[in-house]
Design a protein. Structure first.
Length: 138
């Protein structure tokens, strides 16, 4: 089974394309924290993953996502294979999204959560309390 779930922030502007068959696709990177410990510069180390969303999901992302938005991506891990300038095969991993959960409140004031309880649990990222691994009792 090929399944992946990532939680992170949109790290760059969405790039939109359309295939010759008329399929719509959106590409964007997300930044996912590697750990809850800061590095020597006081920053959290992150990994960047390429995400692509197709057709209806691409349309939803186009109208909903911006740089810095927190999302959960549920999908599969895929590999792009392409030749480099010397003709040598290159491989690049990407996440093909099957579903995206939008965790940042909408900018137009409309919440996409289906229950009022979910809205009450929304905490802005800059107000979250980070816990060091040393503070966890297990």
């Amino acid at each position: 089974m090929n399944s992946i779930i990532l939680s992170g922030r949109v790290a760059a502007k969405l790039r939109e394309n359309e295939t010759p068959n008329g399929n719509r696709v959106i590409h964007f990177p997300i930044a996912v924290r590697k750990s809850f410990k800061k590095d020597e510069n006081g920053n959290y180390p992150v990994n960047y993953f390429r995400v692509e969303a197709w057709n209806t999901l691409a349309d939803t992302c186009k109208g909903r996502l911006g740089i810095g938005d927190l999302i959960n991506v549920l999908g599969r891990l895929d590999m792009d294979v392409y030749p480099d300038e010397q003709g040598k095969k290159q491989y690049r991993a990407k996440i093909t999204a099957g579903n995206i959960e939008f965790l940042t409140p909408r900018k137009d004031g409309k919440d996409v959560s289906s229950t009022p309880e979910a809205e009450d649990l929304t905490i802005p990222f800059n107000q979250m309390v980070m816990i060091d691994d040393d503070d966890i009792p297990f």
